[in-house]
Unconditional design. Structure first.
Length: 271
């Protein structure tokens, strides 16, 4: 035993890591440990005091934030499906906007497409209905024209209200025309032209005696006017499809509140 102790002391002296300049690397100083422990205690006390000073509402909000973050990082299946369909709608609408501006692939046909869109504007239809109403001399004709005028006015008001609520912009930055501002058709959803031509075509098919070729042409005209709005970049595909649906619902509404011949004559006499 006495001989082994000098040998261990000699090994400790010969060990380089036991020198003073390497001791700080191997073993932390006691002062540093004390400073770290005191700093941790002070930070813990400050954190506890801050937690006590915070309001219960803030603590509840801080507890809810991680859950909200998890909801954003893990969206539901419905949210994923809706966003995917929306992305497809925007992509397809941009591809079909071949007449959105003069530099587009079909930019030369833009004026013709705009002319086709004018046939679905509300102002020309209201003006034409009023002219026909003045020149009409039969009670049945006046009844149909008065209800048609009511349907056109309802279409403008309903579409303008829905567009103000949705405030959806078109796929391209296309400024509305003068007739669009007059009919308050300044947003994309739903498409006012699509709802109007759908309502008009259904109205004429029900209340006018037309041959089969004219009926087919009437339906084709409604489809062409609706999708011409996608070609010039004013509406998305879903805007036009929803416009067709709203146009049919407006027709059903007019059928429910159909004005009789006596009511129409009374309104004409007041006017």
């Amino acid at each position: 035993m006495p001989a082994s102790q000098p040998r261990s002391r000699a090994r400790d002296r010969n060990n380089v890591l036991n020198r003073a300049e390497f001791l700080s690397l191997n073993q932390p100083l006691k002062g540093n440990q004390e400073n770290k422990s005191s700093g941790r205690k002070q930070s813990g006390q400050a954190g506890a005091a801050g937690a006590q000073n915070t309001n219960p509402k803030e603590r509840r909000q801080s507890q809810q934030l991680p859950e909200e973050d998890c909801m954003q990082l893990n969206p539901s299946f419905k949210g994923i499906a809706f966003n995917s369909l929306l992305a497809i709608d925007i992509c397809m609408s941009k591809r079909l906007g071949v007449c959105a501006n003069r530099a587009s692939s079909w930019g030369g046909a833009r004026s013709m497409i705009n002319l086709l869109g004018i046939t679905g504007h509300g102002i020309p239809w209201i003006a034409g209905t009023l002219i026909c109403l003045v020149k009409s001399s039969t009670l049945a004709g006046q009844e149909v024209l008065m209800n048609l005028l009511l349907a056109l006015l309802l279409d403008i008001m309903i579409v303008a209200g829905l567009q103000k609520l949705a405030k959806r912009k078109g796929p391209y930055d296309v400024n509305p025309g003068l007739l669009d501002y007059l009919t308050m058709d300044t947003y994309a959803f739903p498409a006012g032209h699509a709802s109007r031509v759908a309502m008009l075509s259904k109205f004429f098919l029900n209340h006018l005696v037309l041959a089969i070729p004219l009926r087919i042409l009437l339906v084709l005209w409604a489809l062409c006017v609706g999708f011409s709005r996608v070609m010039i970049g004013r509406h998305h595909i879903t805007d036009v499809l929803s416009g067709f649906v709203f146009g049919y619902l407006q027709f059903r509404l007019v059928e429910l509140i159909w004005m009789s011949s006596n009511t129409c004559q009374m309104l004409i006499s007041i006017w």
